[in-house]
Design a protein around this ligand. Structure first.
Ligand code: TRP
Length: 335
């Protein structure tokens, strides 16, 4: 039987090319090898998003975005976290086995308290229990589906280790393998995508190229990529330019070597390099953009996809929960 992988997707603002190559594409590739689960972590989103319109809109955006990027809901299990009540039942059970000290050591919580201390505020100012217990909810997301592997960025590794710790202490308590112990998979070979200014593409740097922007916005964004002041005639080093780094993600081998030669020969200005970049980016993104726009216009179908995913997920979830409850003695009075 195939092993199980699970990917949690936090609702966020506009998805960009860095998200696509750094997270979406590598996670979607896992569906070839694993029995893959993907879910929109809307309850995790609620910790930071208190505006219902924003939470609804970002949830819809990422759900549509992943589908447009190639997630096949027939082949994988794709659902909304809030549609699986078993996650929350399991969260409560896991709480009983999670030491408070473990949560105190979680990076996200520690960072938040450190920031408060720096500002001279109360250490726990503005920190809700959702943030504090985030790793338990995340452990429940993972453990409920007997996940073997969880593909994550480095920032999330600690959370997966905590999920494994919690599962192990439960197994140790009952002297049997009640819950599966998950493993983080860090995707090392994932490309770091440079942003418009050459730093890593990131929303916090404001240097992103959006994934689903209309064609004219995409073009305008690409034409605004930062360049140096080399003249048209000057030979250029393709590897020193983020325009070429981005080009490599979208162009085939022949296109790459042909364009690298043109950089080196001189006679090609930055404007032309950007126009060529736009051509290959748009070639790749326009079918995705069309799918994205169609999904965004048909909310009922999107809902149906997520509901069908939840229907596939819930029996699996119920089985894990039943197993654990029986062993823990919270199901019935009989032995
Ligand atoms: N915490 C993850 C993030 O910030 C999202 C997430 C929630 C997740 N639950 C998960 C990831 C379970 C993997 C497995 O991106």
């Amino acid at each position: 039987m195939k092993k199980i992988s699970l990917t949690g997707i936090k609702p966020t603002g506009e998805l960009h090319i860095g998200n696509y190559f750094g997270a979406i594409k590598p996670a979607l590739d896992l569906a070839n090898e694993y029995n893959a689960h993907y879910f929109i972590a809307d309850y995790h989103g609620l910790n930071t998003m208190k505006d219902p319109e924003e939470l609804r809109a970002t949830t819809k955006h990422v759900a549509a975005g992943w589908l447009a990027a190639g997630l096949d809901p027939e082949k994988v299990i794709f659902y909304r976290q809030s549609s699986i009540p078993e996650i929350f039942e399991l969260t409560v059970m896991l709480m009983a086995f999670t030491s408070k000290g473990l949560m105190n050591r979680a990076h996200a919580y520690k960072d938040a308290t450190a920031k408060n201390s720096e500002k001279g505020e109360d250490t726990d100012a503005g920190i809700n229990m959702g943030l504090f217990t985030y790793p338990v909810l995340m452990a429940a997301d993972i453990i409920l589906f007997d996940s073997d592997v969880v593909p994550v960025g480095k920032d999330q590794v600690q959370h997966i280790e905590m999920a494994a710790d919690i599962a192990q202490s439960i197994n140790a308590n009952y002297g049997q393998a009640v819950l599966k112990t998950p493993q983080a998979v860090i995707q090392e070979k994932v490309a770091v995508v440079p942003g418009m200014d050459g730093r890593k593409m990131s929303k916090s740097y404001g240097n992103v190229i959006p994934l689903f922007a209309p064609e004219n916005v995409l073009k305008k964004t690409i034409m605004h990529i930062t360049t140096n002041s080399q003249s048209v005639e000057e030979p250029k080093d393709p590897n020193a330019s983020q325009i070429f780094q981005l080009y490599k993600l979208f162009a085939d081998d022949n296109e790459q070597s042909a364009l690298a030669n043109r950089y080196r020969e001189g006679g090609m200005g930055w404007g032309e390099a950007k126009t060529e970049l736009f051509r290959v980016v748009n070639r790749c993104l326009s079918p995705m953009r069309e799918r994205y726009e169609a999904i965004m216009e048909d909310t009922p179908s999107l809902e149906k996809i997520l509901q069908k995913g939840a229907e596939k997920a819930r029996p699996i979830a119920a089985a894990t929960l039943k197993r654990f409850r029986e062993i823990a003695g919270v199901n019935s009075c009989k032995n």
